[in-house]
Design a protein around this ligand. Structure first.
Ligand code: PSU
Ligand code: MN
Length: 295
């Protein structure tokens, strides 16, 4: 079992030197974009982390191990047939030797085991529309409530009940900070979301708030960064979510279906905005990690 977690050499060296490291997920690589676009998004995110002076640690399960710091060749193995791994799924996937792409919750679990506290992603999971039929709440929220980390996203996944998700985040004691914004970004759209619990103006301020939160025994914090290009796809989204429901698509299959339909019907616009916000969030997570390492 000593090889259950395999930390790449660059990540290992950075961690032991106390340098900034940012964890990146692989669900968006395997399932968030049609192949091979996801790999490009993953590599661009890693480049953004490096440009901000931190070391990227992209996480996924391969060859019987939870790998923290995938190489480019390894990242290319995260195709749409990879399993989607939440916190509950990591152990079985590793033991069974399958390829598994980690969600935010799965990434948090592995990052915590490796000693990494900063994550960049697109959107956090949350409460699905139509709750409680079925009572579909992402395991991302449970992981955030247990594990101390800072997650930079553009809010929560766009097909969720954003209001209900924010209420649940409050219940779980998870700060929802706005990066230079007063309201939580709505993924593709910058404005119109619920108010954040506090606004921060800089990476340094975010790092100090995270540090204070952790000293108080807090777990994760969410930082919302608005997409640089804001688009309104609310009506299109409602149409597609209703269609998924009619077709009986449930559980983990919902997100890939909705994202693919959105990309297609917006003529690629959502894909471009999605890609760019993921890369920008990775860069901001790295800036905050660098600021935290200097505290
Ligand atoms: N947002 C996206 N694309 C994605 C995800 C979020 O735009 O692929 C992924 C993230 O990995 C997130 C996961 O952690 O969806 C949550 O899935 P679920 O609701 O099944 O827990
Ligand atoms: Mn779910």
């Amino acid at each position: 079992m000593e090889h259950l977690i395999r930390v790449g050499s660059e990540v290992r060296a950075a961690l032991s030197a106390g340098r900034a490291v940012v964890a990146l997920e692989t669900t968006l690589v395997a399932h968030g974009f049609p192949a091979p676009a996801g790999v490009e998004v993953g590599l661009a995110s890693e480049a953004a982390v490096r440009a901000a002076g931190a070391v990227p640690a992209t996480i996924g399960v391969l060859d019987g191990a939870i790998v923290v710091g995938l190489t480019e060749n390894e990242l290319e193995r995260f195709s749409p047939d990879a399993r989607k791994l939440g916190p509950r799924d990591l152990a079985a996937c590793a033991v069974q030797g399958a390829v598994g792409a980690t969600t935010v919750g799965g990434t948090l679990t592995a990052a915590h085991a490796a000693g990494i506290r900063f994550i960049g992603t697109g959107g956090l999971g949350g409460v699905h529309r139509g709750f409680p039929t079925p009572p579909d709440v992402s395991a991302d929220l449970g992981a955030c409530a247990r594990i101390p980390a800072l997650i930079v996203s553009s809010g929560v996944k766009s097909l969720l009940d954003v209001g209900a998700t924010v209420e649940l985040l409050e219940t779980l004691g998870i700060p929802v900070l706005g990066y230079r914004v007063d309201t939580l970004p709505l993924f593709y759209a910058a404005d119109g979301g619920p108010p954040v619990s506090a606004r921060v103006e800089s990476a340094g301020e975010a790092a100090r708030v995270a540090d204070a939160h952790w000293r108080l025994g807090g777990a994760s914090l969410l930082i919302g960064r608005a997409p640089d290009e804001s688009i309104d796809v609310v009506d299109l989204m409602e149409e597609i979510v209703a269609e998924a429901h009619e077709r009986g698509i449930v559980g983990q299959a919902v997100t890939p279906f909705v994202l693919a339909a959105l990309h297609e019907r917006s003529h690629g616009e959502t894909r471009r905005v999605n890609r760019d916000l993921i890369v920008a969030n990775a860069g901001l997570a790295a800036e905050i990690a660098v600021a935290h390492a200097a505290l």
